[in-house]
Design a protein around this ligand. Structure first.
Ligand code: G3P
Ligand code: CA
Length: 253
């Protein structure tokens, strides 16, 4: 999917990390909209399950940091999660932003921007959450406008068993001996390492294995330029506008 997006754009893909989390409350529709305005080609979001099994869009497994709620996400049913304010912590102008459901995010994104859907979980995604995410993507006919990503590679393998047409990418924060083998074991088509571990040789090895490589997350112009020079297929950034500016400069040479 990342490779296809790169081909269509004719340049590396800029992924808005949790939307545009430097400028708006992460993982809200306001953040996703801001990411698009700032030039993101793809919006990344994080998914946990509510107590009643509905995939909801939030990064942490607890509510305190990004909402006015308390305790684990998985302990509240959807109705209670929907009553929370997910915007005021970032700024008063975002008061009233809600924790979106994955359904809502998929609906919002249709015709606007493709999604990178990260399956979270505490300590790891349950098979029910994986199943619910796959069914949501199917219901919204979003299989060709989304990639599913996770640090939990068995969850990706399960997702692909449930829906072989799914596009997946493996997240990791290290320099594996054989990164392409990670992707192969999970049925993934893309490697998503932390930016600090990426070398030009890693990108080359990924491409030789027929895989895309898209690091996360940096908004540092020096790092971004290094990654583009290394040949990455995309990058996730909290500041999509900065990533686009660096990319444009780098393309001009
Ligand atoms: O795009 C991958 C990145 O989002 C993984 O880290 O903690 O921000 O979800 P995290
Ligand atoms: Ca994420």
């Amino acid at each position: 999917m990342i490779e296809r997006w790169r081909q269509e754009l004719g340049r590396p893909v800029v992924v808005g990390h949790r939307g545009a989390m430097a400028e708006a409350p992460e993982n809200t529709l306001a953040s996703f909209q801001r990411a698009v305005e700032l030039g993101a080609d793809v919006v990344e979001l994080d998914v946990h399950a509510s107590a009643d099994g509905v995939p909801v869009v939030i990064h942490d497994d607890t509510l305190e940091r990004t909402t006015d709620g308390q305790g684990p996400v998985a302990r509240l049913p959807l109705a209670a999660l929907r009553a929370l304010d997910a915007g005021s912590w970032f700024g008063p102008q975002f008061a009233g932003e809600r924790v979106p459901t994955l359904d809502e995010a998929l609906e919002w994104s249709r015709g606007r921007v493709p999604l990178a859907v990260e399956i979270k979980g505490s300590p790891c995604p349950t098979p029910d959450l994986v199943d619910a995410v796959v069914r949501a993507l199917q219901r919204h006919a979003a299989l060709e406008r989304a990639i599913v990503i996770a640090f939990d590679h068995p969850a990706l393998r399960l997702a692909r068993e449930l829906e072989p047409r799914l596009h997946c990418g493996v997240l990791y924060e290290c320099r594996p001996v054989d990164a392409p083998a990670l992707a192969k074991a999970a049925g993934a088509e893309a490697l998503l390492p932390h930016w600090s571990f990426v070398t030009p040789e890693d990108v080359q090895a990924a491409h030789e294995a027929g895989l895309a490589l898209q690091p996360w997350e940096t908004s540092d112009p020096v790092v971004l330029e290094r990654l583009f020079a290394a040949g990455v297929d995309g990058v996730a950034s909290n500041r999509p506008d900065v990533a686009r500016q660096v990319l444009a400069r780098w393309q001009r040479g």
